[in-house]
Design a protein around this ligand. Structure first.
Ligand code: G1P
Length: 296
């Protein structure tokens, strides 16, 4: 089966203040998860779902991101001379993944504004947005399913996941209706980061979106919302409220493994969980974790 390629947009212009001082001179998307920067997992996910063109919306400290997806001939040459093929492969992998482009966000006016900065690059096509704080386990399917749902139903598609009600205030939250498909819901309306008492459900928006180009006109008109920022959730809410604009907004409910690297404690947990799964690190780490648990 040949798949038509879809452009992917990765907003990476946040200030990363939760990780200061590590993020003083480096974007948070470059923080390693085990031994790979978080953003490389996200680009790999986009490529696996059929994207060969990735636009990263960058803020300050753009260079580390651009360098990571570029060739580094001196290092490649040294490793090649040493015959260290395994390390050479690791160095070259990121530069071979996809065409990676960069655009500056300019003023940090929010996620909706970052997505709007992709307008020229994306043009009049459906595109995917992936947020770097959410890592989806490569063994579980999410984005390709969302693209399939978007194509078959001509819909805007967001990723939803059930969370503990005490955590819903950290996410966009969706009020939904069931559809005939177990993993697909129809979004009735959306609220950005509601208090637990006001949340219409425990379905949180996680950082994957398949958006139709009509979103750009809506974003142009979206006023600053929660936190004084132009919220992507508010633009999606406008689409859900008026299907005439771009058809329905659907949610794909994800029940797989997701790692939150945007929060310090969850970031540490993500590193441990992903390292435990690795053949080279898992056995030793697992023995140490058991030993540590006995000591605590
Ligand atoms: C953003 C979105 C929010 C979504 C979250 C997922 O918030 O605004 O709706 O639930 O990403 O990670 P942020 O975490 O950037 O504040």
């Amino acid at each position: 089966m040949t798949r038509t390629s879809i452009k992917a947009v990765i907003p990476a212009a946040g200030l990363g203040t939760r990780f200061l001082p590590a993020t003083k001179a480096m974007p948070k998307e470059m923080l390693p998860v085990v031994d790979k920067p978080a953003i490389q997992y996200v680009v790999e996910e986009a490529v696996a779902a059929g994207s060969d063109d990735v636009l990263v919306v960058v803020g300050r400290n753009k260079n580390a991101l651009a360098n990571h997806f570029d060739r580094v001939t001196e290092l490649e040459h040294t490793l090649a001379q040493k015959g260290d093929d395994s390390k050479l492969e690791k160095v070259m992998a990121a530069s071979r993944l996809a065409d990676v482009h960069f655009v500056r966000q300019g003023d940090p006016l929010g996620l909706g504004h970052a997505v709007l900065r992709a307008r020229k690059h994306v043009g009049n096509e459906t595109f995917a947005v992936l947020l770097g704080d959410d890592l989806i386990d490569a063994r579980d399917v999410l984005l390709s399913r969302m693209i399939e749902v978007s194509r078959t139903q001509s819909a805007t598609v967001i990723a939803l996941m059930e969370v503990d009600p005490s955590h819903i205030h950290m996410y966009g939250c969706a009020a939904v209706d069931a559809t005939g498909e177990d993993d697909v819901v129809k979004v009735k309306y959306l609220v950005e980061k509601p208090a637990a008492a006001d949340a219409p459900s425990n379905l949180a928006v996680i950082g994957r979106y398949v958006l139709k180009p009509e979103i750009f006109d809506v974003l142009e008109k979206t006023e600053p919302g929660k936190g004084g920022e132009i919220q992507l959730t508010d633009a999606l809410e406008a689409l859900a409220a008026d299907e005439e604009i771009a058809g329905p907004v659907l949610g794909v409910v994800f029940r797989g493994r997701r790692y939150d690297t945007g929060d310090r404690l969850d970031y540490i947990k993500s590193n441990v969980l992903l390292a435990l799964d690795r053949d080279d690190l898992g056995p030793d780490l697992s023995a140490w974790v058991k030993e540590l648990a006995e000591r605590l």
